[in-house]
Design a binder for this molecule. Sequence first.
Ligand SMILES: Nc1ncnc2c1ncn2[C@@H]1O[C@H](COP(=O)(O)OP(=O)(O)OP(=O)(O)O)[C@@H](O)[C@H]1O
Length: 266
Amino acid sequence: MTDILEITDLEVTYQRSILALHGVNLRVAKGQITSLLGANGAGKSTTLRAISGFIGLDNARVNAGRVRFLGEDITGLQLPRTIHKGIVLVPERDKVFTNLTVAENLEVVATSREEGSKWQQIEEEIFVYFPRLAKLRNKPAGLLSGGERQMLAIGGALVCRPQLLLIDELSLGLAPVIVDEIIERLREVHAKTELSMLLVEQSAAVAFALASYGFVLENGKVELEGATEDLRSNQKVLDLYLGTGSTGRADYLANARRRFEERANV
Ligand SMILES: Nc1ncnc2c1ncn2[C@@H]1O[C@H](COP(=O)(O)OP(=O)(O)OP(=O)(O)O)[C@@H](O)[C@H]1O
């Protein structure tokens, strides 16, 4: 199977001194959904931001390693050129324009893609994927629920016609029922378009519901990878990410707390 994305030995530092990624290796097969699991502070968002050209905005830089997209070396490529290549990120935060309506949010993206003249047609396409958004088309995005905002952000990303869609924590802070709805919508998008996706998640249940292959990141390094059906039965994944084990959960929580405190002190 061809890889649409290949990352080798990627190292990223913030503020020239905080080493967030220590040689990450991962791949996304073309047409497949891949997951990247990890606890707080493991380096998941940094990985996505390095791929999608956001790290320049974060005072971070790639020190070593390579990012290849469709065989081309795009290491260090910044926004908006990454979007023009077809790599689109749905970030964890600040994902919609809160003062614009749902329809205006989609229109703004379409216009910035020079597809303004077709935006109505594009908007209708997005509303087919997310019927809930159609009912909300004239509502300001700032008044949407977290789940509705997430759908709008994914819809906006699809307007960009990505070849690789990156989603940072699609389930974060959302009620299970709305997460299930988003998963279902993404399954439909994937069944129809075979869009390649890389999903960053802390929830293994969500990652495994969509992805066929996955990587587990710990302290800035990939510690485990495999087909979803193998990861599902891996003892470490069971202990740390599905919360069914008896030994690792405490370590996971302690690690998450430590990382959170470290970050608060940055
Ligand atoms: N803007 C920043 N400046 C300095 N350090 C940062 C910055 N963003 C992240 N880091 C550090 O880089 C490391 C990786 O963080 P990152 O946000 O990539 O992890 P994550 O796995 O996405 O965590 P979370 O699930 O909590 O979002 C952490 O140690 C974090 O404190």
